[in-house]
Design a binder for this molecule. Structure first.
Ligand code: AMP
Length: 224
C-alpha cells in the first residue's frame, strides 16, 4: 500500500474496538493508538499524568480533553504517524476532542471513521467477562481465557479484570458514551466520513466487514 490509513474507530465500551484495531493495524501497517492503553501504562508507571488520571479512570469518568489531546499529539508525532497513518481507538471521545484532532492533522483529513455497533445488552455481558493482560493489553474473556493459568499467551504477562470493569464504572462509562461520544456520530456523518458496521459476529467476520469499508474509502480517496 502506497499510503497509510488515517482511521478513527468508534463504538461503546465492549464493542470490540481493541481487538479489531490490533488486527487492522497489522493489515494496514499503521500504529494502533489506544488512549485507554496509553493512560493505563501511565498509571502503572506512576507518572504525574498516571497519578492524576487513576481516580477518574477507575470511576469511569473522562480525562480532560486538553490532557488527552496533548498525549495523542505526542504519540502521533513519534515515528511520523501523523503523516504516515494510524488507527485511533478510544479517541476522540468528545466533540471538543474531535475538533482538536482536526486541528492537529491539518491540512490532512481522516480517511474514515467506523462506528462498531453492538447492542447494549451484548456489551454489558462482554465487559463483565472481559480480562486483559497487564503488560501487552491483549484482551481475553472468561469464556476464552489464556491457555495457562491467566498468563498471557502472547507475552506471559498477568491477565486480570480491569479496575474499571466493575458494574458501577461500566454503567457510568456507557452513560458517558451516550452523552459525550455518541454526538461524534453526527459530527463525522456531517463530514461524510462515517460508516457504521455491525459488530455482532465472529472476530474475523467483523474484521472483514471493516476492511471492506476501509479499502473502499482508501480507493475513493486515491481516485479523487
Ligand atoms: P478505554 O480503555 O478506552 O475504555 O479507556 C479507559 C479510560 O481511560 C476511560 O474510561 C477514561 O477514563 C480514560 N480515557 C481513555 N480515552 C479517553 C479520552 N479520549 N478522553 C477522556 N478520557 C479517556
Amino acid at each position: 500500500m502506497s499510503r497509510g490509513a488515517f482511521l478513527v474507530i468508534l463504538g461503546k465500551q465492549g464493542a470490540g474496538k481493541g481487538t479489531q484495531c490490533v488486527r487492522l493495524a497489522r493489515n494496514y501497517a499503521v500504529p494502533h493508538v489506544a488512549t485507554g492503553d496509553m493512560l493505563r501504562s501511565e498509571v502503572r508507571a506512576k507518572t504525574e499524568l498516571g497519578l492524576k488520571a487513576k481516580a477518574a479512570m477507575d470511576a469511569g469518568e473522562l480525562i480532560p480533553d486538553e490532557v488527552v489531546t496533548a498525549m495523542v499529539a505526542l504519540r502521533l508525532d513519534r515515528d511520523g504517524a501523523i503523516s504516515k497513518g494510524f488507527i485511533l481507538d478510544g479517541y476522540p471521545r468528545t466533540v471538543a476532542q474531535a475538533e482538536q484532532l482536526d486541528t492537529l492533522l491539518e491540512p490532512r483529513k481522516l480517511d474514515l471513521v467506523i462506528d462498531i455497533e453492538v447492542p447494549t445488552g451484548v456489551v454489558l455481558r462482554r465487559l463483565a467477562a472481559r480480562r486483559v493482560c497487564l503488560d501487552c493489553q491483549a484482551v481475553y474473556s472468561t469464556s476464552s481465557p489464556p491457555k495457562v493459568n491467566w498468563t498471557c499467551d502472547i507475552c506471559g504477562g498477568e491477565v486480570v479484570q480491569r479496575d474499571d470493569d466493575t458494574e458501577v464504572a461500566i454503567l457510568r462509562r456507557l452513560n458517558l458514551y451516550e452523552e459525550e461520544t455518541a454526538p461524534l456520530i453526527d459530527f463525522y456523518s456531517k463530514k461524510g466520513i462515517l460508516t457504521t458496521i455491525n459488530g455482532v459476529g465472529s472476530t474475523e467476520v467483523v474484521t472483514q466487514r471493516m476492511i471492506k469499508e476501509i479499502d473502499l474509502a482508501l480507493k475513493n480517496a486515491g481516485d479523487t
